[in-house]
Design a protein around this ligand. Structure first.
Ligand SMILES: NC(=O)C1=CN([C@@H]2O[C@H](COP(=O)(O)OP(=O)(O)OC[C@H]3O[C@@H](n4cnc5c(N)ncnc54)[C@H](O)[C@@H]3O)[C@@H](O)[C@H]2O)[C@@H](O)CC1
Ligand SMILES: [K+]
Length: 484
């Protein structure tokens, strides 16, 4: 599992560690690790020229010390700094160490245009979102074929990973120290991070992390593998209330994925047209209401439909929500959420659905737009979790799973091809199966998101994937992850 800790938690751990070390020791370790990564990338790419963008704080100092190591190795290094004093040393001292430091008045544009590797040391965990004015021109002038290594985090991005930021550095690789930080794994900022490399500086953090990311090894720990003594009821029965006369595909996708994820038994509640299709596609299904261990309510569900069978179907959906059973609420089912639910609940909106839900449940806060949600995804998911008592899984390239309290999970396992109609119905089926097996909404949501993303990749590695192929890839993906 990858764990990320906030800047405050990292700073306080650093203070404790530094008390027992010589001054400058931690920064020396950070710079050494950073230089090793840069040296390896330069060798791999056949590059020789390095330009450091040096900011006013210790992040700039890390980058300058790393450049001094690289200059020692024979790489040609130049730094550019703005209208601020350097955090450590004087330009003359850096020149003596092999790193000439240019000011904004010097010609920094020529060396930057020729750089093979750009070391972004403008801002680190002390940064506020946005770049210093001088640095905007530097970042704009970074040549497209240079390899950009961000020191600790891509400058200009929000270190807390809360707010999406226009502009700022987009790195090919981010070299961070000791542990990952929220900026590296949260949806508002993760796309700017590139490859993430964590350098050991001898700093350990304890206690719960602020953000966790499950990796493949966690699947074996969390997945509900049946025992010899299990039967179909003990493994988990899932009820799916989904689809309608106009939306017939969603229940087929959801039920196919749920059965493929390893349910004991599946019940489906729908109107006549999708019921026929589900029967044909998923012969394992039992049609109609009955005893279950968890419900999925909502894929392809039209709560305003007056078609034959709709009223009875909606009665089952409402009863599921009123029950004390775990419920996953997706798509149309979100319109049935009226407020807090005490039983385990997993809401699985995308950004537009979350905006609509918040606008309806919290009218005093005014209308919430999709853009507001994508600009600050974690804050909006948290608000929905606190209004409903549910765990909120916010779908996206990086999927957030936010419980009402405690550590957040963030998964980014899916190729961009997964952004396709029906993929959400498959996710609901996989997560629903995990809820029925007894997993918490947090585990079911994050594990389901991981398996869903890996299944999308395995369905057609490197190419387009349709939702039905993704659903069919689920059983093989689970086997692959459990037996690797
Ligand atoms: N504390 C430690 O022991 C270690 C810290 N390290 C490095 O230190 C960094 C943190 O250093 P600092 O706390 O000096 O913080 P930064 O280097 O992130 O910079 C903070 C400075 O930038 C200014 N600033 C912040 N946001 C700005 C904005 N948007 N526009 C203009 N100016 C802005 C602040 O006023 C402050 O002067 C880490 O990211 C890491 O690179 C590493 O050397 C490892 C050890
Ligand atoms: K940086």
């Amino acid at each position: 599992m990858l764990r990320a800790w906030s800047a405050d938690r990292v700073r306080s751990a650093e203070r404790d560690l530094m008390a027992g070390l010589e001054e400058g020791e931690l920064m020396a370790r950070a710079a050494q690790g950073l230089a090793e990564v840069c040296s390896a990338r330069l060798h791999q790419r056949g590059g020789t020229r390095v330009v450091v963008l040096a900011g006013p704080g210790n992040n700039g100092a890390d980058a300058l010390y790393a450049a001094a190591h690289l200059a020692d190795e024979g790489f040609a290094c130049v730094a550019v700094q703005g209208d601020w004093p350097l955090a450590v040393g004087e330009p003359a001292a850096w020149l003596a160490a092999g790193v000439p430091v240019l000011s904004g008045d010097d010609d920094w544009a020529t060396p930057l245009s020729e750089a093979d590797l750009v070391l972004d040391g403008v801002l680190g965990i002390g940064g506020r979102p946005g770049l210093p004015a001088e640095a905007v021109a530097w970042v704009d002038a970074v040549p497209p074929d240079a390899y950009v290594v961000a020191v600790d985090l891509p400058s200009g991005q929000d270190p807390a990973g809360e707010q999406a930021q226009d502009g700022g550095v987009y790195a090919d690789e981010t070299v961070t120290f000791a542990v990952a930080k929220p900026v590296h794994v949260l949806p508002a900022t993760e796309s700017a991070v590139g490859r993430l490399t964590v350098v050991d500086i001898g700093l350990e953090l304890e206690g719960p992390a602020d953000v966790e990311r499950l990796d493949f090894a966690d699947v074996a720990d969390l997945w509900p593998v049946p025992h010899a003594s299990d039967d179909k009821y003990s493994r988990g029965v899932l009820g799916v209330v989904a689809g309608g006369e106009d939306y017939t595909g969603a229940p087929v996708l959801c039920c196919t994925a749920a059965v493929g994820a390893g349910l004991g038994m599946l019940r489906y509640v729908g109107t006549p047209a999708p019921t026929g299709l589900v029967r044909a596609a998923v012969p394992e299904v039992v049609i109609g209401d009955g005893r279950v261990q968890a419900w999925v309510v909502g894929p392809g569900l039209d709560t305003t439909s007056r078609a034959r069978g709709s009223k009875a179907q909606l009665d089952v959906a409402r009863a599921a929500l009123a029950s004390d059973l775990p419920v996953l609420v997706d798509a149309g089912g979100l319109d049935l959420v009226k407020g807090r639910r005490e039983a385990p609940t997993l809401l699985t909106p995308h950004a537009g659905e979350l905006a609509r839900l918040l606008s309806r449940l919290d009218p005093d806060a005014g209308e919430t737009t999709r853009e507001q949600v994508t600009g600050a995804p974690l804050a909006h998911a948290r608000r929905a979790a606190s209004l409903t008592g549910a765990t909120v899984l916010l779908k996206g390239a990086t999927t957030l799973v936010v419980p009402p309290e405690g550590t957040v999970r963030s998964q980014a396992d899916a190729p961009a091809w997964t952004a396709t109609a029906g993929a959400g119905d498959v996710l609901a089926g996989v997560c629903g199966a995990l809820l029925a097996a007894g997993l918490s909404p947090l585990d079911a949501g994050s594990l389901g998101a991981l398996v869903h993303g890996v299944a999308a990749d395995r369905a057609n590695p490197g190419g387009p994937v349709r939702a039905l192929a993704l659903a069919h890839a689920v059983p093989g993906t689970v086997a692959h992850l459990l037996t690797r």
